[in-house]
Design a protein around this ligand. Structure first.
Ligand code: PMP
Ligand code: GLN
Length: 411
């Protein structure tokens, strides 16, 4: 029998949250910005000033129509197919709830789910709660020594092939991938496609960082591959896309027959999301749809700013003896800290991994918060990643300028 509470027992987000409260470090840990974009402030004001009282009441369970219509318009354009707002979309309380609905709605006792590793830490407990078994396929380093860029991690087609069988119900992937910042290559997406089609498996594609891809690279949606629309659930996040993670507005799109499973779980978990926040995200999306692909678009400017932040943090880390892995996308980078290890007196609690000891030491001793990278790996592979720390760089430049001053304390 599955013990649901035990499965979700140790949660590092909670543990680090408490440390942050206590030590108030420079926070490059959890993936959230430290600024509020004007587009979000303006949308909230518009909602607050609206005389339409219905936007403060329950929305229909599938989502607030204005948001579903905006999402339908956006993704119909991007996927070059008509996405029906009533049957092929669901608005959720963040991508988190979308993952909950997708996994609890589709996975049954005895099902296997192929999980590409590293993975967002929520996937595995959800699969286990649903009675499923994760089958891990670990991205491999294609270089010797410490990797330089996120593209140095590749999906081994043979390992992937070996993970699929008649019990495989789904594969879950994240592109751009947290924490590496890798974007899956076309050939890698094609291999996933071929295997999903061969084994009649569903693809759960977590694309919450879809707008954080650095030029000239581009985000590619697996739902656009031939034969994939009918078997893909794509997950997005308004919180991530518009730098307002606390709003918890997310969504899923996919074929009607799969979406029905998610809608049932959603109805029982929350019934409906927050209407005023869905309205505000709809307002922002409507503006973005008009500006899509132009230099005035919020997504475009965000991507440009993030790229500058990435380059700045990479440079600071290199100057302080870290070996950062330059990401092609996303809001995080991981950095190898083994050059510092012998100089520091790090205390690792029994049963913890070295990166947990290191990140706790960073918070308590020099006031810097990063996340341990082992939390994105399953037990068998954690030893290999103990020397990597994850830093989040979606921050104001003034915030990031504190980083070199703090790291000087390590010299
Ligand atoms: N998927 C990934 C890969 C994430 O990093 C996160 C964390 N934001 C989520 C899903 C959850 O997103 P949300 O904040 O919209 O619930
Ligand atoms: N996804 C974010 C991160 O990776 C925030 C964590 C969360 O949603 N639990 O930092």
């Amino acid at each position: 029998r599955v013990n649901r509470v035990k499965i979700g027992d140790r949660n590092l987000w909670r543990e680090y949250g408490l440390l942050v409260e206590r030590f108030k470090p420079l926070d490059l840990g959890q993936g959230h910005p430290d600024f509020i974009p004007n587009i979000a402030k303006e949308a909230l004001l518009e909602v607050a000033n609206s005389s339409d009282s219905s936007i403060h009441q329950y929305s229909i369970s599938n989502g607030h129509p204005r948001l579903l219509n905006a999402l339908s318009k956006l993704y119909s354009t991007l996927l070059k197919r008509t996405i029906d707002p009533n049957t092929e979309l669901l608005s959720t309380m963040g991508a988190n709830e979308a993952l909950y609905c997708a996994i609890l709605g589709l996975i049954e006792d005895g099902d296997e789910v192929v999980v590409i590793e590293p993975f967002f830490d929520l996937y595995v407990p959800l699969i286990k709660m649903a009675g499923g078994t994760p089958r891990f396929v670990t991205l491999k380093k294609s270089c010797t020594g410490s990797p330089n860029t996120s593209a140095d991690w590749i999906l081994d087609p043979y390992a992937l092939e070996n993970a699929f069988n008649e019990k495989t119900k789904a594969v879950i992937m994240n592109t751009p991938i947290n924490p590496l910042g890798k974007i899956f290559e076309i050939a890698e997406l094609q291999k996933i496609t071929d295997l999903c089609r061969k084994w009649n498996a569903v693809c759960i594609s977590d694309e919450v960082y879809e707008w954080m891809v650095y030029k000239p690279r581009e985000h590619v949606r697996i739902a656009t591959f031939p034969g994939m629309w009918e078997r893909t659930l794509t997950i997005g996040s308004g919180g991530k896309s518009f730098c307002i993670t606390g709003w918890k507005v997310g969504w899923v799109y996919g074929p009607d027959k799969l979406m029905n499973h998610l809608k049932v779980i959603h109805q029982m978990a929350v019934y409906a999301g927050s209407t005023p926040l869905q309205e505000a995200v709809a307002i922002m999306l409507e503006k973005e749809i008009e500006l899509l692909g132009t230099p005035e678009s919020f997504f475009h400017k965000m991507q440009e700013n993030l790229k500058k932040n990435r380059d700045y943090v990479v440079d600071v880390l290199r100057r302080h003896n870290f070996l950062p892995v330059v990401p092609d996308s996303g809001i995080f980078l991981i950095a190898n800290w083994s050059n510092l290890e012998s100089k520091l007196n790090i205390n690792v609690k029994n049963g913890d991994y070295k990166d947990v000891g290191f990140t706790k030491w960073l918070i308590e001793s020099i006031g810097l918060h990063g996340m341990p990278s082992t939390m994105f790996y399953n037990k068998e592979n954690r030893n290999e990643m103990e020397n990597f720390v994850r830093f989040c760089f979606i921050k104001d430049h003034e915030t990031l300028e504190i980083l070199p001053k703090i790291l000087d304390k390590l010299q």
